[in-house]
Ligand binder design. Structure first.
Ligand code: ARG
Length: 586
């Protein structure tokens, strides 16, 4: 149990013993760390109900809770706040019993199956910054929810069934009209070798997208091709499968390099066969209406403050849309036994999800008990304040971005004279990790919904609130433990703290369970990011003040090394939950 829960229980019991609501016993970290470690404000609320002076109630609570082994000081501040300071013995004993796997956090059980939909790249299209942010936030959330004890399934939800597929098909046809895929009379078999490489596709897609925009006749051809693909024309399906495979292989490599993994590589196309029966059912139940040949679900509610247009399920030609496959995907997820689905997608898609979720509940595709939640995020901007682009003005390729941060990290390592004498291979590995730490921490340390500026210089700095600073902090702790081991010194039992910085570090280590719970509650890794920084900072202060290797009292020294080891374990865990890997040395 966390320290805060332990204290809250004690105060709750004290309130109860006075005939008051035990819920008033909530203990929090003190707003004024200079005055006390913790506080409880329940007496103020109790006073209103009990018609007594809050300070009197606070005094009664203090008398009831008082355990001199636990509390060094209990005082009343202002109108009736209770200030709490623990005994060093109690704190030391709590730290000594902190389990190095969960750091006091209790795993949830039976909280249902959570699906996290993130990443969401599209076939044949270069990923853009929205996909990058989705991947970083989604990866962290999947780790956090797993750690918290949820049964988690992650799904990339590949964009592979929309009009861009028809566009690619007609572009392919205009370039290679001779290919068998385009012969309307053919039903295969088709060649195993893909006729186009990923580079081809990435060049073809913007070309045809521009043509479609400029020429309605091209748009019409693409629409027709999309429809025929969805309706199962064999040559188109076979060609599409090549597009899919080529994109999938490349993106899988990119995601591997980024340290992001998905349980499922489902896509929009996965649910194609569910769409028709789903639409039949919805129509039969009167959940959708025909409107000028299209099928729509009304989702507006009387209390809406802005207009929520209906969700379009089929176009007048019968073709499916983004919302159609998303609705069928919910149908599929219900069948998978999912209780909660989190969609980590760019904030600009909010309206889309509002429509889809409402349609799912309204048509009974999702039971009302199912939680469908859009987890939106802001944009990663370039220095010009516009969505980040490469220097050449193109959309970023994930692979190039990873190389960019790695190269910048290598330069920083050189400047800081770190890792200079290590073998080249190890240095490259360290630079890769520092680069990814810079990128990930630079992203995840922001409030999820804010926009932020991608600032390579700031992100890769070894100073300030950055990934490299945290990695360096963790690596330094590793090296302290190695140095100690060389001197035959090792961690021993934790004894009560003697120094202020030591006590402050111990208090910091007790905060993990609440930080993790907050991260889950708000689906916001920035809480963990902030905490990791606080832990490193507290450690650095402790390490500066307490000269571990020169300490003469052997029991104190061993306890300090125990504290060092615990701090390292927590830091590695926090960074792992953010998707960041720590090298052994730098
Ligand atoms: N492929 C989409 C895009 O690039 C993102 C997919 C998000 N997930 C979803 N279930 N719609 O915008």
């Amino acid at each position: 149990m966390s320290l805060l829960s332990n204290l809250t229980d004690r105060f709750g019991a004290a309130f109860a013993s006075l005939g008051l609501d035990p819920g008033l016993g909530t203990v929090t970290v003190s707003d004024r760390p200079d005055l006390a470690q913790f506080q409880c404000n329940g007496a103020l609320a109790a006073a209103r109900a009990a018609g007594r002076a809050p300070r009197d109630i606070a005094q009664d609570v203090i008398d009831a809770v008082g355990d001199p082994d636990v509390f060094a000081e209990l005082g009343i501040a202002g109108p009736g706040f209770i200030n709490i300071t623990l005994t060093d013995e109690f704190l030391g004993e709590r730290i000594g019993r902190l389990d190095p796997d969960r750091f006091g956090h209790l795993a949830r059980s039976n909280d249902g199956k959570v699906l996290i939909d993130f990443g969401g790249p599209n076939v044949a299209k270069a990923m853009h910054v929205g996909h990058l942010r989705s991947s970083l936030i989604g990866e962290s959330l999947q780790r956090v929810f797993r750690f918290a004890g949820y049964d988690v399934v992650s799904d990339i939800h590949f964009g592979d069934w929309g009009t861009q597929m028809g566009q690619l098909i007609i572009e392919a046809q205009s370039r290679r009209p001779d290919l068998l895929y385009f012969d309307p009379a053919s039903s295969g078999p088709y060649p195993d070798e893909p006729p186009f490489s990923l580079d081809d596709l990435q060049e073809m897609y913007p070309a045809v997208a521009a043509r479609t925009k400029a020429d309605p006749a091209v748009a019409e051809l693409a629409r027709q091709a999309t429809l025929e693909l969805q309706q199962g024309r064999p040559g188109y399906r076979a060609l599409w499968q090549h597009f899919w495979d080529v994109s999938h292989d490349a993106q899988r490599r990119d995601f591997d390099r980024l340290g992001v993994a998905f349980d499922l590589w489902h896509g929009e196309s996965t649910v194609h066969d569910r769409v028709a029966p789903m639409l039949e059912k919805i129509k039969a139940q009167g959940g959708a209406v025909e409107d000028a040949g299209a099928l729509i679900v009304e989702v507006a509610r009387p209390d809406d403050t802005k207009e929520i247009p209906p969700l379009l399920l089929t176009k007048s030609d019968g073709g499916y849309l983004y919302g159609t496959t998303d609705l069928a995907t919910i149908d599929d997820r219900v069948a998978m036994g999912i209780d909660t689905a989190l969609y980590v997608v760019d904030a600009r898609q909010s309206l889309h999800f509002e429509q889809v979720f409402r349609a799912a509940w309204a048509t009974g595709v999702a039971p009302e008990s199912m939680l469908l939640e859009h987890v939106p995020f802001g944009t990663m901007n370039g220095p010009d304040g516009k969505p980040f682009k490469t220097r050449e003005g193109g959309v970023l390729r994930l692979d190039d971005l990873i190389s960019l941060v790695r190269d910048a990290a290598l330069k920083r390592l050189e400047e800081a004279e770190l890792a200079t004498e290590y073998p080249d291979e190890e240095r490259a590995e360290i630079a890769a990790r520092v680069g990814l730490a810079a990128l990930k921490y630079g992203d995840l340390s922001n409030n999820r919904t804010s926009n932020y500026v991608f600032d390579l210089d700031r992100f890769t700095s070894f100073e300030g609130k950055t990934g490299p600073y945290l990695l360096y902090g963790a690596v330094r702790i590793k090296s302290i433990l190695r140095k100690a081991a060389d001197l035959d010194l090792g961690p021993g039992p934790i004894i009560p703290p003697a120094a202020d910085t030591e006590r402050a570090l111990m208090l910091e280590l007790t905060r993990f369970p609440e930080v993790l719970d907050r991260t889950v509650e708000f689906r916001a890794p920035n809480h963990l990011a902030e905490y990791a920084y606080d832990v490193v900072t507290a450690f650095n202060r402790f390490y500066e003040a307490c000269h571990i290797l020169r300490e003469e009292d052997a029991a104190r020294q061993a306890s300090w090394l125990g504290l060092v080891e615990l701090t390292l374990g927590l830091l590695v865990l926090l960074l792992d939950l953010l998707g960041i890997e720590v090298p052994d040395r730098m």
